[in-house]
Structure formats: C-alpha cells, structure tokens
Ligand binder design. Structure first.
Ligand code: ASP
Length: 468
C-alpha cells in the first residue's frame, strides 16, 4: 500500500517532528483565543525536497503568525480565517489560489468555503477561475447574498462586482504545478502520492466565537467541473458556537460521503463526546488510512489536529503561548492510548490465534485479523488480489474441508515497526497435508480502534499455491 510504503520511507529518512503542547488544557489554563491551520494532508514530508519542506514550513509559520497577531489584537474569528487563508492562497507552495493543482485539461478551478460559528452563516464558491482569493469571494457569498454556494461561471461573474482581486487564469499556474502534473502523467503516481496542499483555518476568538474556512485547487488531474469537499459546508468545513470549528483536507469524495466536518460537531452535540475522541473516531475508524486529515478547535479552546496520511502540514497557536508548525504529527496526532504499548506481542498473539483458528477449521475466525475493506490487498506470484469479501469466499472455496486445510504453522517471525500505528511482519509459513506447501510472507498491519489488522499480505508462493 502506498500509505505504508511511504511511512516506511519516511521513518527511515527523517525523525518525527514532535507535537507541541498537549491538546487538552486545564480549565485554569484555558486559551481565550486559539487557532489551527493546515496546508494539506498527503504523502510523507520525506518525499519533499529540502527546499520545498523549508518553503512549506515557512508558509505555515507566516500564516500562523498572521492569525496569532490578529487574534491577540482582538480580531474576530471570521476576519482571521479570511486573512490567514488569503495569505496561504497567495503563497504558491500551497494548493490554493496561486499554485493550485490543475484539472485534466490543465486549468485551475478553485473551491473555498467559510463558516461563522456564531450565526451559522456560511458561503462557498466552486470552480472559480479568475478570483485570486476564493476565500474572500466565499465570504462575500455569505454576507452579500441570500445563497450559500455559487459555482462555475456564475461565481466568476458574481466576483466582478465584489471588490475582490480578479486575475487572468494563467496567474494560478506555477512551474511547480506544471512539473508535478507532468510527473503524475509520466509515472504510476496519482494524486495520492503527492503532498496535497489544500489550506484551512479554524479559530476561536477572544469574543468567544468560532469560525472555519477551507480553500483548494482540488485534486490533481481532476475532471473539469469536479467539486470536492472544501466548498461543501458540513463536509470540508463546519463551525458552530458551543461546539467546534473544523476544516478538512484529503480525498474530498470521502469527506463528502461521510459528512466529515459536520460529523465532528454532531458527535459532540448528540453523543456528548470530546472534540478529540470525535476526531479520533472519524480518522481511525471511519475513514480508511491514507484518506486525509482534520484540524479543529473547540469552544473551550482545545486544538485537535489529526491525519491518517503519512504527512499533514499544520500548525497551532493560542493565547497561552503555544505556537508550533509541523509537516507530520507523531502517530498522526491521535492520542497515544489509541495504540498499544507492546504491538509486537499483541500482533504475535494474533498470528498464533490465526494458526489455531485455521487448525480448528474456522476460516471466518482466521480471517478476523484481516482488514474488512475492499482495500485489503494480497500479492503472490506476481498477482494482486483485493477485498475482504472476495478473499473470504476464495478461501472457503479452496479449502472446503480439514483435509485441504491441513495443519498450519508460522515461524521465524520478525517485527519491523513502520511507525507507532503500522507494523511490517516477516515470517515463514508451512501447511502440512498430503501435498505440503510453504514459503515466506510479509504482512503489513495497521492499528485501528478495534485492534491491529492486516492491510496487506504478500507471500512468496505462486497464485495456484497460495498461503492460506
Ligand atoms: N479535499 C480536497 C478536495 O478533495 C483536496 C485536499 O484536501 O487535498 O478537493
């Protein structure tokens, strides 16, 4: 899987950036203003060259500093969100405004949204092509129209009378983006392999109001007219006083399907959950690894930032003095108790249990440790097969009775942690029966809220003699 491959590469190449101050502050220490920003989730920072990492970190610091100055001076949440995002849209290192990724036919189509937690007022634009700062146009939709979302030529037309800077469509296209687009065409890379670079900002201001905003060029090589989650209130952006302000980045289609930003607020409202546990549930349980990240701030000033991609550019600051930026968060920003203290022992026990289940003739129990997803992959003898259901059916067909199943043993297990939530396991398998078979295997385990699961399984045998 790309996710794990890049985690491995990253782990080898560069130490984890430390996460700054802890998320939850004591009541007495509560921040009276707080801000978090993101500059997109995606591949590991180890895949960025030094100059790009430097520019990206600098861009995050500039934006965070702007937000901190505005909020420390009593600025409002909505003004701060707009100003911070404008700065990031103007910075070509990010995939928003200038520097946005391009459609399949080589054009920039920009999406943005903003939401005011005090009034639930919101505004968004999708597919704009001539507006330097889509976030400002989204704000004009919120304040100057009775609508929430304007799209395409109508949105560009609306911009003409709104005192927002208009530019030639070529303004957005930078050398970096043209180069990246060429790389995507000429290799097996798709947009999941690059650092996405969408931008977002969430704020609690000193007046007690929340606001959130997100701006993007979308996903590289998207179909003309494709709209992601960033301009969809409730998917990529949400803010409601009393609860939280949220901005997402990642595979927009998944964020729309799962109403991600609103879901954070809904878990808090209806299930009484904390901001952190609401986000952990979504990032680790509901969205597949590699989907994206979230930043959020609660009414109490708690900041939560999490990602289930190898990297996410992000930063946080508040009135207690916190100020930190990152290109990746340790354990994706998830709380430490979301993972085991001794993963090797836990995984070894699972593998032993798997062999015992197999030898009891219970294929369902044997399969329990596999990721129940269409994205589960197996590779063997030069072939790749996919999907939990298909695998279960194949095993049941291939091993109808205990005669075919034989007696399975695993040995020579070697555990290679990729990061705190991913593990590579090497070993040897043997199946004793009339025609004994065996070989080597490589498993990639990923930690989910319900435990460690195999997300990829490679064996050295050919497809007609697969590992059970
Ligand atoms: N969520 C954005 C979209 O799908 C892309 C991103 O965040 O990288 O348009």
């Amino acid at each position: 899987m790309k996710f794990h491959a890049s985690v491995l590469a990253f782990t080898l190449l560069c130490p984890l950036f430390p996460v700054g101050a802890s998320h939850g502050e004591e009541a007495t220490n509560r921040a009276n203003w707080a801000i978090a920003i993101h500059g997109g989730a995606g591949s590991s920072p180890a895949q960025l060259d030094e100059a790009s990492s430097e520019k990206r970190s600098q861009g995050l610091q500039n934006a965070l500093q702007k937000g901190r100055d505005l909020l420390a001076g009593g600025g409002t949440a909505v003004d701060t969100v707009e100003a911070v995002i404008r700065l990031m849209e103007d910075d070509p290192i990010f995939n928003a405004g200038r520097g946005a990724v391009l459609t399949e036919d080589g054009r920039a189509e920009l999406d943005a949204s903003i939401m005011d937690g005090k009034t639930l007022g919101c505004g968004a634009v999708a597919g704009v092509t001539k507006v330097a700062n889509p976030i400002s146009l989204a704000r004009r939709v919120m304040t100057n129209t009775k609508h929430v979302l304007l799209a395409g030529p109508g949105a560009d037309q609306f911009a003409a009378g709104q005192q927002v800077p208009l530019v030639d469509p070529d303004y957005f296209i930078t050398k970096r983006v043209v180069h990246d687009a060429a790389t995507i065409v000429s290799s097996t890379h798709d947009s999941a392999d690059i650092h996405y670079g969408t931008v977002g900002c969430v704020v609690l201001d000193s007046h007690g109001n929340l606001a959130a905003g997100t701006s993007t060029g979308g996903t590289a090589k998207k179909l003309p007219g494709r709209v992601g989650d960033s301009p969809i209130v409730g998917a990529g952006t949400y803010a409601a006083n009393g609860l939280c302000a949220v901005s997402g980045t990642g595979v927009g289609e998944e964020y729309i399907r799962n109403s991600v930003a609103y879901d954070v607020a809904a878990q808090m409202r209806y299930a009484g959950k904390s901001l952190e546990s609401s986000i952990t549930e979504i990032m680790l349980e509901r969205l597949s690894p590699g989907t994206g990240g979230l930043i959020a701030v609660s009414q109490q000033g708690d900041i939560v930032m999490q990602h289930n991609t190898p990297g996410m550019s992000c930063g946080a600051a508040d009135s207690t003095g916190r100020f930190d930026t990152h290109l990746v968060l340790e354990n994706g920003g998830a709380p430490a108790d979301a993972i085991s203290e001794s993963p090797e022992a836990e995984i070894e026990a699972l593998i032993e249990q798997q062999a015992a289940d197999w030898n009891d003739g219970d294929i369902d129990a044997f399969m329990n440790v596999y990721w129940k997803s269409e994205q589960l992959t197996f590779s063997s003898g030069g072939e790749i097969s996919r999907g939990f259901d298909a695998t279960l059916a194949r095993y049941k067909k291939r091993y109808p009775t205990s005669v075919e199943m034989g007696k399975l043993t695993f040995s020579e297990l070697e555990f290679l942690p990729l990061d705190t939530s991913a593990m590579q396991v090497l070993g040897v398998w043997n199946l004793k029966r009339d025609l004994p078979i065996g070989g080597r295997f490589t498993l990639i385990f990923r930690h989910f809220p319900d435990g460690w699961k195999i997300v990829h399984d490679h064996t050295s045998k050919s497809p007609d003699e697969p590992k059970p």
